[in-house]
Design a protein around this ligand. Structure first.
Ligand code: FPP
Length: 222
C-alpha cells in the first residue's frame, strides 16, 4: 500500500494523515473483493523494515491498526469476511495481539473473503521461521525428515493460503520489497503510478482486467 507519505506531503499534511486516508482504500478494495467473489486479499500493511521508521509514525500506524481491527468487526460479520494477520508477533504489543486474536477467532468460521493483513512481516523472516521450525521437528524426530515444496510451504506463515495470482504495487514502485518471496514464484505483477490513498475500486478493476488478459504458462509451452 505504497504512497501514503507522498500523498500526504502533496496535501501539505503529516504522513499519518496519508495512512488514515489509506484505510479508506482498504475498505474500497475489500468491498470490491466481496462484490466480485475474490476469495483472498492480502495487504502489506507493515514490513519488518518499517520498524525503523520514526517512533511517532510506528506508534501511529499501530494505533491505526488497532482502531481498524476493532472498528471493522461488524463489517466482517455482515460480509462473511475471515480476518487473518500474518507476521512476526514477537514485535507487536500485547494489546494489539489480544484484539487481533479476538477478531481472528470471531471470524474463523466465515467462508467469504479471507482478508489477510501482513503486519511486521517480511518474506525472508517467513522463510527463516519456517526453516527453524522444520529443523526443530528434525531434532525432535532425531533424523532428517523428508521435505518437498508442499511440505516446506506448510511451515510458512501462509500455510493453507493459496499463492497469490496477482500482486499490485502502487505509487510507481517496481520492487518486490521482501514480500511473499516464496509464494510469488509464479505471481503476475501489476504496477500503477496511483498512490495508495487514491487507489479505489476502478483502479483495482483495471489491475484485474490486465491480469485477465495475461497467459499463465508456469514455465510450460502452450
Ligand atoms: C506505505 O506507504 C504504507 C505503509 C507503511 C502503511 C500502510 C498502512 C495502512 C494504509 C493502514 C491501514 C491498514 C489496514 C490493514 C487497516 P509509505 O508510508 O511508504 O508512503 P511513501 O512511499 O509515500 O513514503
Amino acid at each position: 500500500m505504497d504512497g501514503n507519505g507522498r500523498w500526504a506531503k502533496k496535501q501539505g499534511k503529516m504522513r499519518l494523515y496519508g495512512h488514515n486516508v489509506g484505510t479508506e482504500s482498504v475498505r474500497a478494495c475489500c468491498e470490491y473483493a466481496v462484490e466480485h467473489g475474490i476469495r483472498y486479499l492480502s495487504l502489506f500493511a507493515f514490513s519488518e523494515e518499517n520498524w525503523n521508521r520514526p517512533q511517532d509514525e510506528v506508534n501511529g500506524l499501530m494505533e491505526l491498526m488497532l482502531k481498524s481491527v476493532l472498528g471493522e468487526r461488524e463489517t466482517f460479520r455482515k460480509n462473511n469476511i475471515r480476518f487473518r494477520v500474518i507476521g512476526d508477533r514477537s514485535r507487536l504489543s500485547g494489546q494489539l495481539l489480544e484484539n487481533i486474536d479476538m477478531v481472528q477467532d470471531e471470524t474463523a468460521s466465515y467462508t467469504g473473503l479471507t482478508l489477510i493483513v501482513m503486519l511486521s512481516y517480511s518474506g525472508k523472516w517467513d522463510i527463516l521461521q519456517a526453516s527453524r521450525r522444520y529443523a526443530a521437528d528434525c531434532l525432535a524426530a532425531g533424523k532428517e525428515l523428508p521435505l518437498d515444496e508442499t511440505g516446506f510451504a506448510a511451515y510458512l506463515a501462509t500455510a493453507g493460503i493459496p499463492d497469490p495470482d496477482l500482486m499490485i504495487r502502487t505509487s510507481g514502485e517496481q520492487r518486490i520489497s521482501n514480500y511473499m518471496l516464496w509464494q510469488c514464484a509464479y505471481t503476475e505483477f501489476y504496477y500503477t503510478p496511483v498512490l495508495w490513498p487514491d487507489f479505489r475500486k476502478n483502479d483495482l478493476e483495471l489491475a484485474i482486467q490486465s491480469y485477465n488478459r495475461r497467459e499463465r504458462r508456469y514455465g510450460k509451452v502452450e
